[in-house]
Design a protein around this ligand. Structure first.
Ligand code: PBG
Ligand code: ZN
Length: 332
């Protein structure tokens, strides 16, 4: 449609006047099946530890995870994205590919309890390295891209071996989707998809997550491997590469400050694209809602709907449980 095209008799308010008319012309919907809930699993037993900077979010030990899975099921949520909080950390993050590691234990527990529940695992090294960076370091402290690929591939294979339905590499090394794809294929896991964090920015919005996962870098920052917030052409190149290497779905992260990028990526490739509504985005809403400054329900549903409108096929969000409750009440 030409921007200056005019329909002199068209009055949009006629189709806005009643809820019935509004539903006829509604272009986007938010459903509980769009939602993925991030879950932190901490090594140990009997643990359910609240995360201070993320009210309502807890870290669970593997044995207590199933309580949360049952609650999610009851709300109609059937997918989690798992993050590990290990006891042992070292220079290369070796507990990441330990078949008895915390994520591997958690996947087995969930699958034993509810085999149909969908488990996606985050594949990265920052939770497992003593320096908190997402890969193996060189002597000068920079992350060695190619030496990291093999470690990520081992981690992914170990997660799938434990029963993960999909792996989600979040490290931002070049070439990791290809490396993980061939490692999975060689291990016989040709049918297990990869959800790539293709477009992941070096963002201040990850702060609360790093408290929750204990994964803040011990020195420096992640700008040498995560994307510059000033760029969006580069997002198209990142997505192009990951699709070419065999990603089955891609992700844009964070979501709300990057809706323009999400829209460009989905329009350019028409490829399944998830959006990650990250920890800092959650914390901002929670803090304002606690003070009574915003209507939490309306803010959250509007934000999640906007992420769908920008093109996301699914939304990873800490608001998932609340949103599911509100959607069930029929208040989208
Ligand atoms: C690990 C990882 C991070 C997040 C997801 N995977 C943190 C980071 O890159 O520093 C952030 C998620 C959130 O903030 O909710 N690489
Ligand atoms: Zn990382």
């Amino acid at each position: 449609m030409e921007p200056n095209m005019s329909y002199p008799s068209y009055r949009p308010r006629r189709m806005r006047a009643t809820e019935r008319m509004r539903t006829f012309v509604r272009e986007t919907s938010l459903q509980v099946t769009d939602l993925v809930y991030p879950l932190f699993v901490e090594e140990g037993s009997g643990l359910k530890v609240p995360v201070d900077s993320m009210p309502g979010v807890h870290r669970f030990s593997p044995d207590r995870l199933v309580e949360e899975v049952d609650e999610l099921r009851e709300l109609g949520i059937d997918t989690v994205l798992l993050f590990g909080v290990p006891v042992h950390k070292d220079a290369i993050g070796s507990s990441a590919w330990d078949d008895g590691g915390v994520v591997q234990q958690a996947v087995r527990e969930i699958k034993r309890h509810d085999p149909g529940f969908c488990v996606i695992t985050d594949v990265c090294l920052c939770e497992y390295t003593d320096h908190g960076h997402c890969g193996k370091l060189r002597e000068d402290g920079s992350v060695d891209n190619d030496a990291t690929l093999e470690l990520l591939a081992r981690e992914a294979v170990s997660h799938v071996h434990a029963g993960a339905d999909m792996v989600a590499p979040s490290d931002m090394m070049d070439g990791r989707v290809g490396a993980i794809r061939s490692a999975l294929d060689m291990a016989g896991f040709t049918d297990v998809p990869i959800l790539s964090y293709a477009v992941k920015y070096a963002s201040a919005y990850y702060g609360p997550f790093r408290d929750a996962a204990g994964s803040a870098p011990g020195f420096g920052d992640r700008r040498g491997y995560q994307m510059d917030p000033a760029n969006s052409d580069e997002a198209l190149r990142e997505a192009y590469l990951d699709i070419g290497e065999g990603a089955d779905a891609i992700m844009v992260k964070p979501a709300l400050a990057y809706l323009d990028v999400l829209q460009r990526v989905t329009e350019a490739y028409r490829f399944p694209t998830f959006a990650y509504n990250v920890s800092g985005e959650y914390a901002l809403v929670k803090a304002a809602a606690e003070r009574g400054w915003v209507d939490e329900r309306r803010i959250v549903l509007e934000s999640l709907l906007s992420i769908k409108r920008a093109g996301a096929c699914a939304v990873i969000t800490y608001h998932a449980k609340d949103a599911a409750r509100w959607l069930a009440e029929g208040d989208a």
